[in-house]
Ligand binder design. Structure first.
Ligand code: HQG
Length: 178
């Protein structure tokens, strides 16, 4: 089974276009596994079952999805339109954000903005931030984010997975540029 291809399709369904897959996400982003499987069967994944989905989630290098009680959801990455409600959490003092050199002037001026996603994505360490940043630039820039201070000032933070935090827009005053 091509786990990467399946993961991309499931991410697309659960983060960006549930309606295209006949899915209704609840307010925390959960969809019934049976509905997702039915949609995937219609798209050519006819042999896929719950175990196959579990295997795809488990074998991935990043923890993108979780399954519980017959439901599945994406942990982060959602587009703006399908707002998912998350429980605010208390972040560590410092988080990191890997980005492209070309975005720096705008980030310096406007801070970190969610763009087409619902939240800004922050990393717990530099290696993770580098990996995220390399998706945009071969020589990414790592920003230090004074997360605890921003949180104290009212910016809301949320848990993504073990390496990724989510946040509302982070003003430039809480960012440290190299
Ligand atoms: C940048 C992947 C200009 C921001 C990753 C980033 C992550 C600004 C880009 C997850 C800006 C958005 C998310 C501003 C922010 N002006 N540019 N004011 N504020 N930006 O892909 O954080 O593999 O939407 O720096 O690993 O790169 O899909 O977000 O470069 O965890 O599971 O706008 O997606 O995970 O890019 O990545 P993205 P991201 P998956």
């Amino acid at each position: 089974m091509d786990h990467v291809r399946l993961s991309k399709l499931v991410a697309y369904a659960l983060r960006h276009a549930p309606q295209e897959f006949g899915l209704r996400l609840d307010e925390e982003g959960w969809a019934p596994v049976s509905d997702l499987l039915a949609a995937l069967h219609r798209r050519g994944w006819s042999d896929l079952d719950v175990r196959g989905l579990q295997e795809m989630i488990r074998s991935a290098e990043k923890k993108r999805f979780e399954m519980a009680g017959g439901k599945i959801r994406a942990l982060y990455g959602h587009s703006r339109s399908q707002r998912v409600v998350k429980e605010p959490a208390f972040p560590p003092e410092i988080l990191y954000h890997g980005t492209a050199r070309r975005f720096l002037p705008s980030i310096k001026e406007n801070g970190l903005l969610p763009g087409r996603r619902q939240y800004v994505h922050l990393s717990v360490d530099v290696p993770t931030a580098l990996e995220v940043g390399r998706r945009h630039d071969s020589r990414p820039v790592i920003l230090r984010v004074w997360a605890r201070r921003a949180c104290d000032a009212g910016v809301k933070f949320f848990l993504g997975n073990d390496r990724i935090w989510l946040a509302e827009a982070v003003p430039a005053g809480y960012l440290e540029f190299p």
